[in-house]
Design a protein around this ligand. Sequence first.
Ligand code: GAL
Length: 635
Amino acid sequence: MALVRSVVLVVLALCAHPAMADETHGLEPTGTWDMQPVGTAPTPPMGWNSWNAFHLDLTEAGLIASAQVLVDGGFAALGYRTVNIDDGWWLKRRQGDGRLQVRTNVFPDAALAGGETSLRPWTDRLHAMGLKAGIYTDVGRNACSQAWSSDPATLPQGTRDEREVGLAGHVEQDIALYFATWNFDYIKVDGCGIAHYGADRHHVANGTFRALAPLINDTDPGQDDIPATRARYAEVRDALWRVRPRGDFVLSLCNWGTANVRDWGRQVGTMWRTSGDIDPTWGRMLHNFDSVATREFYAGPGHWNDPDMLEVGNGAFDGAHLTEARAHMALWAIEAAPLIIGTDLAAAPPAIRAILANPEVIAVDQDPAGHQGVIAYADDEREIVVKTLSVRGTKAVLLFNRLDEPTTIILTAQHLKMADSTPIALRDLTMRRDMGTMTSMRRFALAPHEALLLRAVGTPRLTHGWYLAELPGRIAVAADGIVVPQPDPTIHRMIDSHTGDTTGFGPRPTYYGWGAPRTDATVFSETLTLAGQPLRDGIGVEANSRLQLRAEGAFAHFAARVGVDDSTRGRKAGVRFEVWGDGHLLAKSAEQHFGVPPADISADITGVKVVELVARQVGADDGPVLATWGEARVD
Ligand code: GAL
């Protein structure tokens, strides 16, 4: 009896906040929206971070100089409010009580009487400037700098135990220190401690650090321990909810797109990295951009894909490369990416400041509907990405030339899902000038590396309602149907910045996501096709998947043409398509099969808060079964 009672108490405790209940990925509809926010970020977080600007060479003066520009240069008023300290702030973990000590040669104001250190003066100073404060830690025992840097002046000091500055074993204590005592607002939690401290590493074998069997494998994603990685981060999330029960925090997960974080990031963090570190080169920026570009159904208000911090102002995006700097900014804005400035703002030339502070580009990123852009056209050279904005009939569209030669891009009304017989008004948001109108199509000449970010105002192709593919921020992938996670092969592979040479194999695909639901394409990037008929619009899924639509009573009807896609791998199984409303079955199709004409399915969704679309596999298992919600729409 006592055991039963304590189990019940534990379950109740775990359910204290919706985000703390442990999440399942079942096929059965729950009637409950799957994307309860973790912390608070109704629009993508904005701010500044020290890493891309200074790496480990931190000084309080350097940080304050950028913070001051945020205020004086009008950046804070535009939304760039959080000043994040990255790696390098810590000195040691005091033995005895385990309290983290601050590096006072970096933060002189952190030195208190009696030898104690505190970052409270730092956060008080930022808060007094009208800013917010972000801190950095690692989910393991040790940090990234300790694995990669050999400069002792910038690294934690002392005995092996004193140098264990990461969260492992101290989650409650450290989170309480950072958020209750020191009053931070935002935390970035890195993952090197669970990736780079295996017993075979030189710095572990020689006794410098304690071994921690890696949960993340930096070369072979197939060996990632997905549940254990997720559990470590979930522990941090739960501690944050305890210290900040009103949700006034941002939790930024930094495990570089590994361990299938694509799939669980929204339940554990406010934002999650989708790739390895950006650096200020064109190829690496493309890589990081591609790592979010097909993940539109995973982001939305309160939870964001993070392709990493901006390099605008640095290297290939500095004042001598304004085309590239503008493109980088436009790419992040169309993807509703967090906008975290990563340059020394005090030293940034006016043209770079103007790119970062362009209110029309920021407005695209921060649009309250929170839809990520979706790919409307892509080849290896050119891309068209379209983002639905909150005002009906208004979209942002990015025309992007990836190559270092000029090119031409033809934008059509079809790409925008707008009527092709009425004018569409265009405005160049980067250059802040109107560009007249187009009707069915318009041709644009693009310079090498140019991205044109346009706002298009026209008549929606659907007189009433929306294609679901236009509303990715209202959709959650509750179950993706993927049996074995596979790395995504469509992400640009840049020259390996660690070696730069060709002695190895070159970068291999490493981020899971291949096979996940897609807009206007099958899960494997093919044309949606049902019984020989290609479809321009729809959502491609694998069978045994469940999508949720946050309808909130805004729609009356759902309709789609459904079937097993012609490009399915498994051809033998059937698929039954079901539409659920708030946990009740509203409509279902007959069992669909490969090559059979699509079925029409529709449902009355008046007053429904959560619509769930289930594609249920029936029978044989001879490979992934690709199911198509063709022309899925609501009005
Ligand atoms: C990396 C992280 C970077 C930066 C760095 C600090 O793992 O992705 O953004 O925080 O560690 O050492």
